[in-house]
Design a protein. Sequence first.
Length: 132
Amino acid sequence: MIPLGVSNGSFLVPNLNTSIPLAVEQLKLRWPDAKTFGALARYLPDVAEEYDSKDRRQQEEEAHRMASLQDLIDQWQSRWDALAADEHETIRAAVVRQSPFLVKRPDMLERCCYWELAGRQEEAQTPTLNSR
């Protein structure tokens, strides 16, 4: 019998609070008449596989999100860098008025300035009803 939380000499799942509910779910699906908790050990390898699969998928999604974010940062940073210093200050002041705490986080402040610049350029490119 495989000890709870261990599979082939390594930890089955890093968090038993996650693995037990998954194992119970597998047990209910595959053996609904089970009356003892001991039957749960039979499904722990499946739970580990499911957990690993979900974890890999989440890591891939996070990597994709971070790559997309970095692409946006690169795109707007080049536009930001092309602005004159007085435009930088105008945008920076608007961002700080909305979120004063950003003064303590210059890296976040600059990224928020990119988003503010993007919003301003989008507004400038959006036609209004009166512009016809």
